[in-house]
Design a protein around this ligand. Structure first.
Ligand code: TYD
Ligand code: MG
Length: 453
């Protein structure tokens, strides 16, 4: 027998509680708690038939069928193309270029396939103008300006396109849900409907989701567990390049990135991102060092700058852009305690060029080198690259994919690599001879090259 229980759910943030509140404890909005009847099963008395189990051996593997978007960077992040019947979420800040990239991939996809572009944000005229500017001329692209999910689903069923693009999920409304478009309940419900449609009809659907002020896709992460693939489109307003990052992928590896540049005629693929990241680096200057970080399977060079100067008064200032603030404080403490570089009366700033965010421990040594180089006012060297994780004992710990990182440095004309000692031995001989590789055990070794006179 089922037991009837009522819960109160916030229509804005999805907060659930057994008790009614005038003000939601989750999002502090007034009058948003709605009663919902939920049935909790009384397991002892419910008789249901058992589910059907299958031996792993008996399951025939369905080869995933993918469609290529014709855009190498986009395909790479998806793991080789869009999987038939999958639901992909493309999210990012407003104005970053989500609509632009999706319209661009329509050009190639439209050669063979029928695409339905559902827009709840722009008028058909606006889309046409943008398509003209981007050179999208395919006859197979159909535009539907609609926000009602029920109508959209009916259209998909009758039109039977090969791909559906929904721009954006925040504008969609499902009549059965009382809350307004963009609220968590609405967004979640609409996504669920699209998921069923994608799976049921075998039509891949890409939905666009704007990231709200807190950096989460409307309704903290509510969509990410529903969809098959989550892509983030990132970039800084002041820079023209954009990074497409795979953060979840049921059909491929995550952490892959694709790099694009926003130009006057749309987004262009960047074939050599490392070169772009280190271009314009000041020559023979102290306080700069280059890191090599792994973005998925791809090594990427990044310039880290450090600036250290005497504190004017009071407590020293520390500031970090593109590198974790706490990790920077830890590095300063290690440098002071283990290598004798005194920062306690110094302001210290770290900046990663190009708006990149380095969240890999391999960048520790690079940040430390940049800071010490600035403190001592001695350049690290224009052709020198350093990476390695710094431990609290001042030891430099091994990192993964060392060989790939060094290869990338070599490809871009670097001559010297400062690497963790434990990574040195397994390196192939050719690599050791083609570059000056300096294996180091602790931070003192790493800086001896800088400080020795
Ligand atoms: P858009 O794709 O509309 O962003 P989103 O859908 O993520 O909100 O991108 C809009 C921005 O891109 C806008 O600031 C103008 C710029 N842009 C270009 O620089 N070049 C172009 O060719 C296009 C179409 C847009
Ligand atoms: Mg848009």
């Amino acid at each position: 027998m089922a037991k009837i229980k009522s819960v109160y759910v916030c229509s804005e943030c999805g907060y659930e509680s057994p008790k009614w509140y005038g003000k939601c404890p989750g999002c502090n909005q007034w009058n948003t708690m709605d009663e919902k009847i939920s049935e909790t099963a009384n397991s002892a008395k419910v008789i249901t038939s058992p589910g059907h189990v299958m031996a792993l051996d008996d399951i025939t593997e369905d080869v995933e069928r993918r469609i290529s978007t014709g855009n190498n960077e986009f395909d790479r992040v998806l793991g080789g193309g869009i999987v038939i019947g999958s639901l992909v979420l493309l999210s990012g800040d407003p104005g970053i270029g989500k609509s632009t990239i999706l319209l661009q991939i329509c050009q190639h996809l439209g050669e063979k396939r029928k695409i339905l572009y559902v827009s709840g944000e722009e008028s058909a005229n606006q889309i046409k103008m943008r398509a003209n500017r981007l050179g999208v001329t395919t006859d197979n692209l159909y535009i539907l300006t609609q926000t009602n999910v029920s109508i959209i689903i009916e259209t998909i069923k009758t039109e039977k396109p090969d791909l559906v693009i929904v721009d954006s999920i925040q504008t969609m409304v499902y009549d059965e849900v009382a809350s307004s478009a963009g609220s968590v309940t609405q967004v979640r419900e609409c996504t669920n409907i699209y998921m069923h449609t994608a799976k049921g009809l075998g039509i891949p659907i890409i939905i666009v989701g704007h990231v709200n002020k807190d950096g989460a896709i409307a309704g903290p992460k509510v969509l990410e567990h529903i969809v098959d693939t989550v892509l983030y489109f990132e970039g800084e307003k002041n820079y023209s390049y954009r990074i497409l990052r795979g953060v979840k992928n049921r059909f491929g590896s995550t952490n892959e990135i694709g790099v694009f540049e926003m130009t006057s005629d749309g987004l262009k693929e960047v074939l050599n991102p490392s070169l772009m990241m280190i271009s314009g680096r000041p020559a023979n200057t102290s306080g700069t060092c280059v890191a090599c970080v792994m973005e998925g399977t791809r090594p990427l060079l990044a310039e880290v700058q450090g600036l250290v100067c005497a504190t004017g008064f009071g407590t020293p200032r520390r500031m970090s852009t593109g590198f974790d603030y706490n990790r920077m404080s830890m590095l300063l403490a290690v440098l002071e305690k283990r290598a004798g570089f005194i920062f306690s009366n110094m302001d210290a700033y770290v900046n990663v060029i190009g708006g990149l965010k380095l969240d890999e421990p391999a960048a520790d040594l690079t940040v430390a080198m940049a800071l010490v180089s600035s403190l001592k006012d001695k350049p690290v060297g224009d052709k020198v690259l350093a990476f390695g994780e710094v431990g609290l004992g001042g030891e430099i710990r091994a990192v993964n994919n060392c060989e790939q990182r060094i290869n990338e440095a070599y490809r871009l004309g670097f001559e010297k690599c400062i690497i963790p000692f434990h990574n040195y031995k397994p390196l192939p001989k050719e690599l050791k001879t083609s570059l000056d590789i300096v294996p180091v055990r602790n931070i003192r070794d790493a800086f001896s090259a800088l400080t020795e006179e």
